[in-house]
Design a protein around this ligand. Structure first.
Ligand SMILES: *Cc1c(COP(=O)(O)O)cnc(C)c1O
Length: 495
C-alpha cells in the first residue's frame, strides 16, 4: 500500500509516511486507496479482542510492517491501559451508547494512538533504513502533549519536545505534562494559543534551514500530531470495534447503519471515522461537534472555512482550535482527490485565512456529515442533565458531543430511518475536574484535586491511578517562550 500527498507531489510507503509525518510539499499523506473490509471480515472481528481488531485494521494499511509484530506492539500498548477492554462501549439506553476512549495512561483518547505510535515510528525507521536519531515535535492543546510524552519517554534514539499554549490548557493537563519523567523529554509553554503553537511547529517542519540544522546534529524531525498517518490508523480501529460490540450485544445486526457523534478539534478523530466508513463500515451520519470555536460548524453550513474570527478559551480546551489540520484530508477526498485544488485552498488558508469549496462538494459532504456546536452553557447544561437522568458523568468535551447528538436526535424525531447513536467520549471527567464539578453542582473550586475528590464523592466513579500519582511529583518544566523563539528552544534542548 502506498501513500500520496494531498498536494500531489509525493508517493511513499506506509513506513515512510509515518517516519516523515508530513509530505515534503506541505501536504498530508493519505492512502492511495481505501482498503476494503468485507462483512465476512467484520464477522471475524467479532471474535477478536480489542488489540487484535486494531492490528487487523492497521495491517490493512501498513502492509510493509510484519503483521505479527503489529499485533505484539498493539498488545503491549493496550496493556498500559486500565484493566479490561481498551475501548468499552457503554449502553445508556436503547439506541444511545458511549464509546469510552479514556482508559489509557493519560486519560484522554489520544492514548489510543500515541501508545502505538512509538512502535510504528521505530519500526518505520528500521524499514526505511534511517540511522539518525529522531526528534518528535508536538504542538498540543493539552492532551496530545501528555500522551506523546508518555508514549515516547525513555524511548531509545528518540527525543520528544512538546509546546503548549501557556493559558490554553487545564490545570490538570499542565500538571500532567510538566511532571513527566524520562531523560529524553522537554515541555515548553508558548505565549499564544494552540494555533500559534501548531503554526510554529509547522514552520519548523517546512523550513529547509531548520531541518538542515537538525540534520547536522544527527536528528531527523517527525510529528506526533494527527497530521501523522500513524496517529490516524489506530483510531480507525475503535469505530470497527464499537460496531462489533453493538452486534455482539444484540443491539444491531450486521449491515445496520450506526451514527457517531465526535467532539472535534483538529478533525483527526472524526476523520478516522470517515476512513472507517470508506473501508466499508456501515456508518450513517458522522456528527462533527464543536464548542464555541465553531469554525467547522460554519464551514459545513456555508462551504467557507474562515479563520478570521475571535478565538475563545473554553472548558473544552482540546477543541479550542481554529485551523483543523486534518480537514485537508477530507477536502482532498471530496474534491475528487484533486491535489492541485487542495493545494490552492491550503495556500489561500495561509495567505488569506480562508477558502471556499464548491456547492456540489458541500452537498456531498452533507450526506456524510452533520455539524453542530455547543456553547459553554449548553455544555454545562448537558453534563448536568445527563448525570441527573442517567447517573453518568461526562467530561466537558464529551458534553459538547452529547449536546450535538441530542440536537440531532431532536431534529430527526420524525425521520423514517433512524440509526443508533454512538457518542465518542474523549476524556475522563477527572481530567477537567473543576469544570466538570461546576457542571454537576454549580460549585467552583480552585484546586484540581479538590475537584477530583468531590466528583468522586458525587459519582463514585473510580479515580484513575495515573492522575492520583502526579499530585506530588515535582514540576520539572517551567519555561515559557514566544512563538518566534520555538526553534531556539528546540536547538537548546537537543544540545
Ligand atoms: C484532541 C481532543 C479532541 C479533539 O480531537 P481531534 O482529533 O483533534 O478532532 C477532543 N476531545 C479531547 C479530550 C481531546 O483530547
Amino acid at each position: 500500500m502506498y501513500f500520496i500527498s494531498t498536494r500531489g507531489k509525493e508517493r511513499v510507503t506506509g513506513a515512510q509516511a509515518i517516519v516523515q509525518g508530513i509530505a515534503g510539499d506541505g501536504g498530508l499523506f493519505v492512502p492511495e486507496k481505501f482498503p476494503a473490509v468485507s462483512s465476512e471480515e467484520i464477522e471475524k472481528m467479532l471474535e477478536m479482542d480489542y488489540a487484535e481488531r486494531t492490528a487487523f485494521v492497521l495491517s490493512k494499511y501498513l502492509d510493509d510492517y510484519p503483521a505479527d509484530e503489529l499485533l505484539t506492539a498493539v498488545r503491549t500498548a493496550y496493556s498500559r491501559f486500565e484493566e479490561g477492554d481498551a475501548a468499552p462501549l457503554v449502553k445508556i439506553e436503547d439506541g444511545v451508547y458511549i464509546l469510552e476512549l479514556f482508559h489509557g495512561p493519560t486519560c484522554a483518547f489520544k492514548d489510543m494512538a500515541l501508545t502505538v505510535l512509538p512502535y510504528l515510528l521505530k519500526k518505520g525507521c528500521e524499514i526505511v533504513g534511517i540511522k539518525e536519531k529522531v526528534l518528535v515535535l508536538v504542538a498540543t492543546s493539552g492532551d496530545t502533549g501528555k500522551a506523546a510524552l508518555e508514549g515516547f519517554k525513555d524511548a531509545k534514539g528518540v527525543k520528544i519536545m512538546t509546546f503548549y499554549p501557556e493559558e490554553g490548557v487545564s490545570k490538570m493537563q499542565k500538571l500532567q505534562m510538566c511532571t513527566t519523567e524520562g531523560n529524553n523529554v522537554n515541555v515548553v509553554a508558548v505565549n499564544g494559543n494552540f494555533d500559534d503553537c501548531q503554526t510554529g511547529v509547522k514552520k519548523i517542519f517546512n523550513s529547509e534551514e531548520c531541518r538542515a540544522a537538525l540534520k547536522k546534529k544527527g536528528y531527523l524531525l517527525t510529528s506526533a500530531n494527527s497530521i501523522n498517518f500513524g496517529r490516524l490508523a489506530p483510531q480507525i480501529a475503535y469505530y470497527f470495534s464499537a460496531y462489533c460490540d453493538l452486534i455482539s450485544s444484540g443491539q444491531i445486526q450486521l449491515g445496520d447503519k450506526v451514527d457517531f457523534a465526535v467532539p472535534t478539534g483538529n478533525f483527526g478523530n472524526i476523520l478516522a471515522a470517515y476512513y472507517a466508513k470508506r473501508m466499508g463500515l456501515p456508518v450513517g451520519k458522522l456528527l462533527c461537534a464543536s464548542n464555541r470555536n465553531n469554525v467547522l460548524t460554519l464551514f459545513f453550513g456555508s462551504g467557507t472555512y474562515d479563520t478570521k474570527r475571535p478565538f475563545f478559551r473554553t472548558m473544552s480546551p482540546s477543541m479550542d482550535i481554529l485551523v483543523s489540520s486534518n480537514l485537508e484530508r477530507l477536502l482532498f477526498e471530496f474534491s475528487g482527490r484533486n491535489a492541485a485544488l487542495t493545494a490552492e485552498r491550503m495556500n489561500a488558508l495561509s495567505a488569506k485565512g480562508k477558502y471556499s469549496v464548491h456547492a456540489d462538494e458541500l452537498a456531498k459532504m452533507g450526506e456524510s456529515f452533520y455539524a453542530g456546536f455547543a456553547s459553554e452553557d449548553d455544555t454545562v447544561e448537558c453534563i448536568y442533565e445527563f448525570f441527573m437522568e442517567y447517573g453518568y458523568p461526562m467530561d466537558t468535551h464529551t458534553g459538547v458531543a452529547m449536546h450535538v447528538a441530542q440536537k440531532y436526535a431532536e431534529e430527526q424525531k420524525d425521520a423514517e430511518e433512524k440509526h443508533p447513536m454512538v457518542v465518542v467520549s474523549t476524556a475522563s471527567p477527572y481530567k477537567f475536574p473543576q469544570d466538570v464539578l461546576y457542571a454537576l453542582t454549580g460549585n467552583d473550586v480552585k484546586d484540581s484535586y479538590k475537584g477530583v475528590k468531590r466528583i468522586h464523592l458525587l459519582t463514585a466513579m473510580k479515580v484513575p491511578e495515573s492522575l492520583k500519582a502526579i499530585r506530588y511529583l515535582p514540576l520539572r518544566f517551567k519555561k515559557t517562550t514566544s512563538p518566534a523563539k520555538m526553534f531556539d528552544e528546540v536547538l537548546e534542548f537537543i544540545g
